[in-house]
Design a protein around this ligand. Sequence first.
Ligand code: F6P
Length: 327
Amino acid sequence: MIKKIGILTSGGDAPGMNAAIRAVTRTAILNEISVVGIMAGYQGLLNGEFNPLTGQSVRGIIQTGGTILRSARCPEFRNVEGRKKGIENLKKEEIDALVVIGGDGTFRGANELAKEYDIPIVGIPGTIDNDIYGTEYTIGYDTCLNTIVSAVDKIRDTGSSHNRIFFVEVMGHESGFIAMNSGLACGADIILIPEQKNQLEKTRHFLAERARQNKSSVIMVAEGVKEGTMAIAEKMKVEFSQFDIRVSVLGYIQRGGSPSARDRILASELGVEAVHALITGEKGIMIGRLYGKMRYEPFTTAIKLHKCADAEFLRIAESIGTYTPTD
Ligand code: F6P
């Protein structure tokens, strides 16, 4: 029987992580399980940085961005010795189950720990990248899209006033989800994503067509595009000197801010389900939400399989005037 759950947030923070911490803590306490917050992800686990969480200590955090538990990337946890240190600290603290909130790196660490030691671990997908298999959305993705939309709307105002072409670089690591859906929501004229090849060639083709129309444009670029936003823009400046081309890298503002209602709801749903899964004996799984239903996805597939741009998305984008060059 589980008496004490440890909870941590790891990797890039995402808006809504606090709502998930709150949901896990409250659900556990309701089921007479105590909760310990592990500070700064796996790093805090190795350093033995533990803080008890209570119903009171998670009050007033549902609306806040970042993570009250702080986050980190921890190279030491990638090796056997690091994980051994972690499990010893868990035993010392009498923690008998873990909830880990993060992205694929977080689940990879959890999967290794679960393979080596018999400890129940349940994951909650929290990353702005939305690149986790087994869930339609990850916590933080929706807020991130809204932040981008509001930034790009402003860029458009100045872009059209000066008749400029803007390359807007958004995050997403190696995945194009953020670029795809923010591009759709912003009415971007072209979207460049790492899942497709020859993005430089396709930008060239787009600009050659645009030259005849001579209008301002927004080109949404995922940071993972192989050719690189700056390099593409520099080349285009030379080849299309008739255009006034600018680059705007949105950067870390995409990870911050108060979570959207959608992220708060998703985080609450996944947090509650994570505790129920542990109570019913589940382990080595991530809680996802797919087609309106909760789903238990084994860590092994959540980290191995990939979601990517589908034909349906490309069809919709094309229909409303966004040029999504296909291979
Ligand atoms: O995974 C979230 C993310 O924001 C990615 O989109 C980005 O590539 C990465 O984290 C940046 O990480 P760091 O905080 O280590 O610079």
